[in-house]
Design a protein around this ligand. Structure first.
Ligand code: HEM
Ligand SMILES: [Ca+2]
Length: 387
């Protein structure tokens, strides 16, 4: 007798899901309908991630009930998804997360970013970097956007961020437009993810569907910002391990470093390279020394483009620079010149489309670092402070 009725008392719990899988026989659509109902009940009554429930609900609709094998497979998938969602074992972000709750979201972000980039092209770069510095510290949870307050030490004054990160007002302005359209619905963490994507695309880079559904943290970690964010003096091995500790491999490292195809850096971050490194084009080093004096101090804030060829165009110029020893940061040049990732860098220098493809994949991966979902965290009203 196929299992056609699930007692209402059976919750969506790991043990029960295992039982479900073991006892399951080719079943009817009725069974699936109950499983769906169970999933949405659970969603309503617990911290079950709503996206997980949406996924469960859409699963069986495409199944022909006469196909016993696929039906069994569907039940297995649904049960496993239920287990994982309840355990919070998988981050369940989805590009359609706000489709019904905030249909204008993507167009609001896009047009605000278009205005910001038109006013100052570098802003596309600055917002992209904000997203990186968010994701590497406690995950993509908008911790980077929190201001210091008497009760909270934020990340903005951490070494890698102070006098360096920029673009906070652009995020504030997008947030207030989004709040006006859909109050209390969209997280600052998701706004940042979308704005970073649009900044890249507005500077002629690729575009992609951004998985959404992150929530905002109530805490920040200045110490993690100081220790997790790689320094421009890092070696290749240090960079590889910093990225590995975030679940990103060396190919992701190289692709994501391609973000330095746009934007600028301060002398404070590349002075030592242009005065001391030997793996640098001599003429290029001499030119950059003219921007920065030999001593720290007055010229620390002077800027040079990270990509000498085209710092407002998202292309593969960054990698072509590296192959010619025109890397601006010591850490940039570490990605080419006798190390383990040379072949990846050279590949991107030859093939801009391959870079764009891998950059998108790596951005989605980076955006998946420890998001808060379900009932964790909150939807901040103001990106600068917890509710
Ligand atoms: C691999 C390790 C990385 C290191 C050591 C590094 C370091 C730096 C440094 C020192 C600057 C200049 C900051 C300043 O002068 O104030 C910078 C700028 C920038 N970084 Fe990175 N970065 C890394 C990876 C990334 C990643 C993964 C992204 C994004 C996916 C990124 C995006 C940017 C952008 C867009 C800028 C220019 C920002 C602007 O013009 O406002 N970086 N980075
Ligand atoms: Ca964060």
């Amino acid at each position: 007798m196929p299992c056609t009725r699930l007692p209402r008392s059976v919750p969506c719990r790991p043990t029960h899901a295992t039982t479900l899988l073991r006892n399951h026989r080719p079943a009817s659509g009725h069974y699936i309908a109950q499983l769906r109902e169970r999933a949405s009940d659970t969603a309503a009554s617990s911290s079950f991630n709503l996206q997980g429930s949406a996924r469960l609900q859409s699963l069986p609709l495409h199944i022909d009930p006469s196909m016993a094998a696929s039906l069994r497979w569907t039940v297995a998938v649904a049960a496993v998804a239920c287990v994982l969602a309840l355990q919070g074992a998988v981050a369940q972000l989805s590009p359609t997360f706000y489709d019904s709750s905030c249909p204008k979201l993507q167009s609001i972000v896009r047009s605000a970013m278009a205005a910001a980039v038109q006013q100052e092209p570098r802003m596309g770069a600055s917002i992209l970097r904000l997203f990186f510095h968010d994701c590497f510290v406690q995950g993509c949870d908008a911790s980077v956007l929190l201001d210091d307050s008497p009760t909270l030490t934020g990340e903005k004054n951490a070494g890698p961020n102070a006098n360096s990160l920029r673009g906070y007002e652009v995020i504030d302005s997008i947030k207030s437009q989004v709040e006006a359209a859909c109050p209390g619905t969209v997280s600052c963490a998701d706004i940042l993810a979308l704005a970073a994507r649009d900044g890249v695309n507005l500077l002629s880079g690729p575009t992609w569907a951004v998985p959404l559904g992150r929530r905002d943290t109530r805490t920040a970690s200045q110490s993690a910002a100081n220790s997790n964010l790689p320094s421009p003096s890092s070696s290749a091995a240090t960079l590889v391990s910093a990225f590995a500790s975030k679940g990103l491999d060396s190919r992701d490292l190289v692709a994501l470093s391609g973000a330095h195809t746009i934007g600028a850096a301060r002398c404070a971050t590349f002075r030592s390279r242009v005065y001391n490194d030997t793996n640098i084009n001599a003429g290029f080093a001499a030119k950059r020394r003219q921007i920065c004096g030999a001593q720290p101090g007055g010229t620390d804030g002077n800027l040079a483009p990270l990509d000498a060829m085209s710092s407002v165009k998202f292309d593969n110029g960054y990698f072509r620079n590296l192959v010619a020893q025109f890397g601006l940061l010591h850490s940039d040049q570490e990605l080419f010149g006798g190390g383990a990732v040379d072949s990846v860098t050279a590949g991107y220098a030859r093939n801009g489309a391959a870079f764009a493809r891998d950059f998108v994949t790596a951005m989605v991966k980076m955006g998946n670092i420890s998001p808060l979902t379900g009932a964790s965290g909150e939807i901040r009203a103001n990106c600068r402070k917890p509710n």
